[in-house]
Ligand binder design. Structure first.
Ligand SMILES: [Zn+2]
Length: 359
């Protein structure tokens, strides 16, 4: 990890298919829980560790308020298993991002309990924290929504990269106004590195930043960042490419590219590379496979894989609907809208150049 050897045949690393469990929730339970969460009344307060159930007991509160948590938590039982690969494959055949966990998660109505429970029923929780040890698990909604905001932040920048400077500036503006929503309990903030050892006091310039937010960058810092990136042997890093002569727009773009890289790397840090055996009796080959253990990391792997193929889901420029493009450069969800959009685009460019000629 982290180094690149040139002039050698490239190995492409496949991702293993994840089998994941949905949450076992009936529509009736989901509706009741959503009600309880939304109203927030009559919730049982429990200590920070909460009750641990194994297996799921009948007649116990399933929606509670943990001490020290900003939102209620829901106890869900492990439901049926599904193959993530097959699910994503089907969604792509139908060109429908909302049938994938990463598309559906991006589009969730932030903070809406009903939406969260629909996601859990459809795709399961982001983590089953107790693994196979328990028949049920607590889903902490503060964690769930912080992760969703974090995911949205990165998708905003990713989609903006296609649309140019103004869209990128808007993406950063969204992050600036929603920064506290993207904060994950116990994890570094957007663009920050984990703090290995707690610093005795706040020392200027010592905060562990991997990618700074554009509004916090100054001239002096800018010169330091690429030097630091080289110094830490992070030649693969987006930060190493930033130079102090960049314009404001160039800087925002470079920081967006670097932040997406940083976040994908951070949230897939538990993914292991496993060397698989291919043995046909004569030749034995070892090839790397990314072994994904949970839905959260899997969604980041899916995002990254789509950037590689170029067939990332995107929003239709005409009707705004999310869709999977047939061609890498498709901007609209139907051929009719695509040709309509192209004509309008041509007219817009034509008007703009006519204006320029007049001036
Ligand atoms: Zn459309």
């Amino acid at each position: 990890m982290g180094f690149r050897v040139r002039n050698l045949p490239q190995t492409s690393t496949r991702a293993s298919s994840l089998r994941w469990r949905k949450a076992a929730l009936t529509p009736k339970e989901a509706a009741e829980f959503a009600d309880a969460i939304q109203s927030g009344r009559h919730l049982k307060d429990v200590g920070p560790d909460g009750p641990h159930y194994l297996p799921l007991p009948p007649k116990l509160p399933r929606v509670v308020q943990f001490a020290g948590r900003a939102e209620p938590s829901v106890l869900v039982a492990r439901g049926v298993g599904y193959s993530l690969d097959a699910t994503v494959q089907r969604a792509k055949e139908k060109r429908e991002p909302l049938l994938t966990p990463h598309g559906f998660f991006r589009e969730l109505k932030h903070g809406d309990a009903g939406s969260a429970l629909r996601f859990l029923r459809e795709f399961g929780p982001l983590h089953w924290t107790q693994g196979n040890l328990s028949a049920a698990d607590w889903i902490h909604l503060d964690d769930f929504w912080a992760r969703q905001a974090r995911f949205v932040a990165v998708y905003k920048l990713w989609h903006a990269l296609r649309d140019g400077d103004e869209a990128i500036a808007e993406g950063w503006e969204w992050i600036r106004s929603n920064h506290s929503a993207t904060r994950l309990p116990g994890e570094p903030d957007l663009g920050r590195k984990p703090q290995q050892t707690p610093l005795p006091a706040k020392r200027a310039g010592m905060t562990p930043v991997a990618v700074p937010m554009p509004w916090s960058v100054n001239e002096q810092m800018l010169q330091l960042l690429s030097v630091l990136a080289y110094g830490e042997d992070r030649l693969w890093d987006g930060m190493a490419r930033i130079d102090s002569h960049s314009s404001g727009h160039q800087l925002k773009r470079a920081l967006a590219v670097a932040l997406i890289q940083h976040e994908i790397t951070w949230h897939t840090r538990d993914v292991q590379t496993v060397w698989q055996i291919e043995d046909d009796g004569r030749h034995v080959r070892y090839s790397p496979e990314r072994h994904v253990k949970g839905l959260w990391a899997a969604m980041w792997e899916l995002l990254a894989a789509e950037t590689r193929s170029g067939h990332c889901w995107r929003y239709c420029k005409e009707c705004g609907k999310p869709f999977y493009p047939v061609q890498v450069n498709s901007e609209c969800c139907t051929p009719e809208e695509q040709s309509l959009w192209s004509k309008r685009q041509w007219a817009r460019n034509h008007r703009a150049s006519a204006k320029e000629n007049q001036a």
